[in-house]
Design a protein around this ligand. Structure first.
Ligand code: GLN
Length: 540
């Protein structure tokens, strides 16, 4: 029988519900259980694919091409179970399914209502992950208790214990216990209100995880237990972590959360295997080197917009006992102030993915600066496209070379639309999405990093390297070293003359884990480290 854990959040958003859910998943896996993770997002968009990174942060792409919430990134970084399109549902998807069923006449003329039709569809989504070989499904509910959009989801998860048995379900509520400086005291009232609201809906949380800036102590957690009708030992404080998000699971273990969950769900589990993880945390806390990597983007002030990029850089650092300092550079500032002003002294330059015209010329300048100054360069998706554009303009002397995304009239569309994409007007899910195979050439840095010539990586783009220019590039010194297996699509380019200049059309940042850094990120940070050691720079 699959058990269900529901994780809800109260008081405020951005409490790190995704991280806590992922950490719980990891701890249960490390007790030998088979876990599946899932996120329910109450917003009406069908998926985050068309949402602005300002609003929603990064769009996280899965192997099957689903464009999902960035919390799925935490799930993949912390746990090992597969995630696919059943791992993320939004209100938009739920309604779309119900409306399609209604149009097909599947409701046999009945009035279609939120309860039971929408709630049944939500429950079906939750139960879609349960199967005899899965011990636990962890379902995280997006948003905060009190949001209007969240109500049908709360109603649905309230009903799940009626369907599968109360003893097989567990409700974990994450709240904030703020510390008021003026009163010199931690305040429990917001948590009490949030739990009250949950109980009004009919959900009594079994475990409370209280996020706090500083330790709050037993007195407060006991009070919360009393007022929220929760066992004292089931009120767990989760204090902000000083070094790294990867410490979160250890904090939860210190409070016995894994044992509590296993006991409350009546499960048989093995001992907790954390030795290698504790070693990883030790490495994270005690780096021996440091490098500065400039990340040149256009949503740069919004940290979540490049979430997986920063995480992958950190992972690469962990594997080299190196603290990676990401210097966030706004591409438009680069256009205004010039590359030298913002990039001088960095040990590596990374240009991540992106869409639209704004900041493009700044990114082109970054690629040029890296190429000319022998600074390790890692281009990802749009970061590859700007590298290709820059090389055409400045080395191949094709002056107005561009991507047809940014200039439809360019005489040299070195990046252009795939034939099959030309006709499409719908914006959602119309890109080249999900995992595609790629074959790497002998002697390339990429092959050296991966250690294998056949790789599978995730894509999310419309435009491609224009194969008409391939020979010209090779001749001038930028070599396509990775292609689709049939050789038609260019997926990786490198400049062999440069210490480390690798640009990929896909998104390696979606396949990096803290204990298993992505090979290209590891190669990039290693090159940056070498660069720093041979030529010590003054940071500006
Ligand atoms: N805008 C570019 C394209 O559609 C790059 C996309 C990306 O970086 N994810 O091809």
């Amino acid at each position: 029988m699959t058990r269900h854990i529901f994780v809800t959040g109260g008081v405020v958003s951005s409490l790190g519900k995704g991280l806590t859910s992922a950490s719980i998943g990891m701890l249960l896996e490390r007790r030998g259980l088979t876990v599946r993770m899932q996120k329910l997002d109450p917003y009406i968009n069908v998926d985050p694919g068309t949402m602005s990174p300002y609003q929603h942060g990064e769009v996280y792409v899965l192997d099957d091409g689903s464009e999902t919430d960035l919390d799925l990134g935490h799930y993949e970084r912390f746990t090992s179970g597969p995630v696919d399109r059943n791992s993320n549902f939004t209100t938009g998807q739920i309604y779309q399914t119900v409306i399609e069923k209604e149009r097909r006449g599947e409701y046999l003329g009945r009035t279609v209502q939120v309860v039971p039709h929408i709630t049944d569809e939500i429950k079906r989504s939750i139960r879609s992950l349960a199967s005899p070989d899965i011990d636990v499904v962890i379902t995280e509910l997006g948003g905060t208790i009190g949001d209007i959009e969240g109500l049908p989801f709360l109603e649905a998860i309230r009903q799940v214990p009626l369907d599968v048995g109360k003893e097989n379900c567990l409700f974990i509520h994450l709240t904030l216990v703020p510390y008021l400086k003026a009163a010199r005291e931690a305040k429990t009232k917001p948590t009490q209100h949030s739990v009250q609201q949950l109980r009004t809906i009919g959900i009594q949380p079994d475990i409370l995880v209280c996020r706090t800036e500083r330790a709050i102590g037993r007195e407060h957690t006991d009070k919360i237990a009393l007022f929220c009708n929760v066992e004292k030992r089931a009120v767990i404080e989760e204090v902000d972590k000083e070094f790294s998000i990867y410490e979160v699971p250890l904090g939860l273990v210190d409070h016995g959360l894994d044992e509590l969950i296993i006991e409350k769900l009546g499960m048989q589990a093995g001992p907790l295997q954390l030795d290698d993880y504790r070693q990883l945390i030790h490495r994270i806390r005690n780096p021996r080197h440091e490098v500065t990597i400039a990340v040149v983007g256009k949503y740069i002030e919004h940290r979540d917009a490049y979430k997986s990029i920063y995480e992958s850089l950190d992972h690469a650092g962990f594997s080299h006992s190196t603290r990676v300092i990401a210097k966030r550079v706004e591409a438009e500032d680069l256009e205004r102030q010039g590359a030298e002003a913002l990039l001088k002294g960095v040990d590596g330059i990374l240009v991540p993915g992106g869409f639209g015209m704004r900041g493009i010329e700044g990114k082109v300048l970054a690629a040029e600066y890296a190429r000319e100054n022998n600074i390790p360069y890692f281009g990802i998706c749009l970061g590859m496209q700007v590298a290709v554009i820059e090389f055409a303009r400045n080395v191949m002397k094709l002056e107005d070379a561009n991507s047809s995304e940014f200039n439809t009239d360019t005489s040299h569309p070195v990046i252009c639309l795939l034939e099959e994409q030309m006709e499409i007007e719908d914006k959602g899910g119309t890109m080249r999405l999900g995992t595609q195979p790629c074959v790497l050439s002998e002697g390339s840095r990429s092959l050296q990093a991966y250690g294998t010539s056949e790789v599978n990586e995730r894509h999310r783009h419309r435009y491609e390297f224009n194969s008409r220019y391939r020979e010209q590039y090779v001749h001038a010194g930028m070599v396509p070293v990775g292609t689709s297996p049939d050789g038609t699509l260019v997926e990786v380019v490198e400049i062999p003359e440069h210490p480390w200049y690798v640009a990929v059309q896909y998104h390696p940042e979606f396949k990096s884990q803290p204990h298993k850094s992505h090979p290209l990120f590891a190669g990039f940070v290693e090159a940056a480290l070498a660069e720093r050691q041979t030529r010590p720079r003054q940071l500006v």
